[in-house]
Each structure stands twice: as structure tokens, then as C-alpha cells.
Design a binder for this molecule. Structure first.
Ligand SMILES: [Zn+2]
Length: 214
């Protein structure tokens, strides 16, 4: 957080880019997976809030491990095995701890942007046989309602310009690149999953273009 202005490439953030998030507070956060800094951001154009875990110095000239993690209450907190979100979050924390540098933007777009209550409605449809994509469609929602513009703005605010993105989701990489970040590398993330999540991941791969090997 200290070296926000060192050797920043001239076009980062891109000229004319309006930053629509504001850092509210930063504090230490010791965790089971290492010591991090935690920062809270709020959107200046909506009521959305963001939390960022930060490890090490954020420097514009250093390609830095980054994960954009979308909130998944059921997976992150309750340990649901319908998806692989919780293990992915923990794995990303461990990767950043091992590297000694990186950031996780935790965006509160639950259920790919439809909110926790609608996600439970979608789960109810899945109990009746729909897959994750069909359930969203039946409820009249986009398959993926998330946007990543403000996540990119947070990375700019942290002082980052070049990122090594921990993700299997090509939409996230495209969005960060379009926002003006340099994608130095994509770091795949695959975790051990139980049977329900394996089906979910198959759907994500086949219907949403996620880059998964297994
Ligand atoms: Zn999940």
C-alpha cells in the first residue's frame, strides 16, 4: 500500500478513466492461511461494497497475483459442496501467501449477480432437475449478471497495472483487459470437488466456456 506511485506506466490507469470506488478503511487481518491486509471499498455509483485481501507491496511494474472472487455465501461460509467457491477462495489465499504478494477482490455479487434469495430460488429449481444455467433462465435472469469494471478500478487504486489472474473464467480476464489492466498471465485454479460440484463444473465448462481440464 506504501508505493502507490513508483514507476507507474504512463497509461495506467488509462487516461480519462473515472474511478467510481472509494477506499474506506484498511486494517491487518491475520488468518489461518497467512497474514493479510484487508481493505474495504464502496461504490460511488451504487450501494455495492467490496472487500480486498492484500499481501505484500502493490507495485505497478510487478506482475501481481490477483483473484476476483464473487461472494458465495453457501460455498464460502457454509461449506456447500454444490460448487467449488470455498475451496477456490482458500486455494487463492494460499497461493498468494506462498508468493508473498497478491490481492483478492471479494465482490458481493452473490449467485453470479442475482443475489442470495434468487440463488436459493435457483437451487430449488435445481432440486427439481434444472442445471445452474437453466435455473437462472427459468427465473428470467441472465446466465451471468456480473460486471468487473469496479474490480479493475480497485486494482488501479491499489497501484497495480500488471496482473497474473487466478481464474478459469475467460469473461473475467477479458473484462480486466478491457478496463486497461495488462494480463501478464492466467493462472488456472482447480480444486478437489465432491460429486455435486463436479456436475456444476461440467455445466460451467460446457455452457459458460470456463477453462477446466477435468
Ligand atoms: Zn459457489
Amino acid at each position: 500500500m506504501e508505493n502507490l506511485t513508483i514507476d507507474k506506466p504512463v497509461d495506467c490507469p488509462p487516461a480519462g478513466r473515472i474511478i467510481t470506488v472509494e477506499r474506506v478503511a484498511t486494517a491487518n487481518l491475520p488468518t489461518e492461511r497467512g497474514n493479510f491486509r484487508i481493505a474495504g471499498y464502496r461504490s460511488l455509483i451504487s450501494d455495492e461494497e467490496f472487500v480486498v485481501l492484500i499481501k505484500g507491496e502493490m507495485r505497478a511494474e510487478v506482475p501481481t497475483l490477483v483473484r476476483i472472487h464473487s461472494q458465495c455465501l453457501t460455498g464460502d461460509v457454509f461449506g456447500s459442496i454444490k460448487c467449488d467457491c470455498g475451496p477456490q477462495l482458500h486455494k487463492a489465499m494460499e497461493m498468494i501467501e506462498a508468493e508473498g504478494r497478491g490481492a483478492i477482490v471479494y465482490q458481493q455479487q452473490e449467485g453470479r449477480g442475482i443475489g442470495i434469495l434468487n440463488k436459493i430460488r435457483a437451487y430449488a429449481l435445481q432440486d427439481e432437475g434444472a442445471d445452474t444455467v437453466e435455473a437462472n433462465e427459468k427465473l428470467g435472469f441472465a446466465i451471468d449478471a456480473r460486471t468487473y469494471e469496479q474490480c479493475a478500478e480497485i486494482l488501479f487504486d491499489l497501484g497495480l497495472c500488471q496482473v497474473k489472474v487466478i481464474s478459469n473464467n475467460p469473461d473475467k480476464l477479458r473484462a480486466l483487459e478491457q478496463a486497461g489492466l495488462t494480463i501478464a498471465e492466467r493462472i488456472p485454479i482447480e480444486v478437489e470437488t465432491d460429486a455435486p460440484a463436479a456436475h456444476y463444473l461440467k455445466v460451467k465448462k460446457e455452457k459458460m466456456g470456463h477453462l477446466l481440464n477435468s
